[in-house]
Design a protein around this ligand. Structure first.
Ligand SMILES: [Fe+2]
Length: 285
């Protein structure tokens, strides 16, 4: 049962807490919080946490809160760099083998991007090495999924997202929302993204630096694909030739998500992507 994961020490208080919330008006919330408290007490007992360490932890979490605002989500960054976001995603996945893996959306997703035509150029400032993306969306049997909504977002050739420098990049630069054709294909024009370091100026970046961890992400393009009857897919396609491909700070790289930016005779690159959607009925609670 949830809430019973405490060790010998610290267990009594956790049990008393669990008893206190046993009659919570929202039983699921009561079980969840009691479970967290049980594990927290066991961890504290196991680590012999000192008052000084607790004080430091509270100070760190306070800084994470202060660093978060409407443009920056330091809490999401913390969950991401600890691998928590990816673990939760993996544990929640009910995707059959062969379906494209889900990954975290990351802190730079925007839901308010206006729709553009299939085939549109999403580079609104024309800066960077041109890339043609050709995509195909199928189900697990390989049949085309027509009419899916495809959202795409990426950093520019300097590794910077539009909402990180709103004074320098046009609104919605390198972001698109388009509808795939009935044969499951879609296309867009963009520029080659560069990898980027995670924000190092906040408490999460400073913690990782003190831990000697690398903060880099290999170059990638984010995609979200939504179609009736299928689980929503949120994923990345990574540049397989990026030297940082084996060191993604967010643990998102999977073999199925490696893409190749193929140089074209007339200049620029072609990136072909394929997404396999999982049926909705396989979705868990
Ligand atoms: Fe990203």
């Amino acid at each position: 049962m949830d809430g019973q994961g405490h060790g010998a020490e610290g267990g009594e208080i956790a049990l008393a807490f669990a008893a206190r919330v046993a009659a919570a008006p929202d039983p699921a919330l009561g079980r969840a919080v009691a479970g967290v408290v049980g594990h927290l007490h066991a961890m504290i007992a196991g680590m012999r946490l000192t008052p000084g360490a607790l004080h430091a932890a509270i100070g760190f979490l306070t800084e994470v809160g202060h660093a978060t605002d409407s443009r920056r989500q330091e809490w999401v960054l913390l969950a991401d760099v600890l691998g928590v976001s990816t673990l939760v995603e993996d544990l929640s996945s009910t995707r059959p083998p062969g379906a494209t893996p889900n990954t975290v959306a990351g802190p730079f997703y925007r839901a308010d991007v206006p729709e553009c035509p299939n085939g549109a150029d999403i580079s609104r400032d024309g800066r960077g090495e041109p890339v043609e993306v050709r995509g195909r969306i199928v189900d697990c049997a390989g049949r085309p999924v027509g009419g899916a909504m495809v959202e795409v977002w990426q950093a520019n050739g300097d590794g910077v997202y539009e909402n990180q420098e709103p004074d320098l990049q046009p609104e919605f630069n390198l972001r698109g929302r388009l509808r795939a054709a009935e044969d499951g294909t879609f296309g867009l024009r963009t520029v080659r993204p560069r990898g980027y370091p995670l924000p190092a100026d906040g408490p999460v970046g400073q913690l990782l630096a003190r831990l000697g961890c690398r903060l880099e992400r290999p170059a990638h393009i984010h995609f979200r694909v939504t179609a009736p009857g299928f689980q929503r897919l949120t994923t990345h396609i990574f540049d397989r030739d990026d030297p940082a491909i084996g060191n993604d700070a967010l643990f998102g790289v999977r073999p199925a998500l490696l893409g190749e930016f193929r140089p074209q005779p007339a200049g620029g690159y072609l990136l072909e992507v394929g997404f396999v959607l999982a049926p909705e009925e396989a979705a868990g609670g």
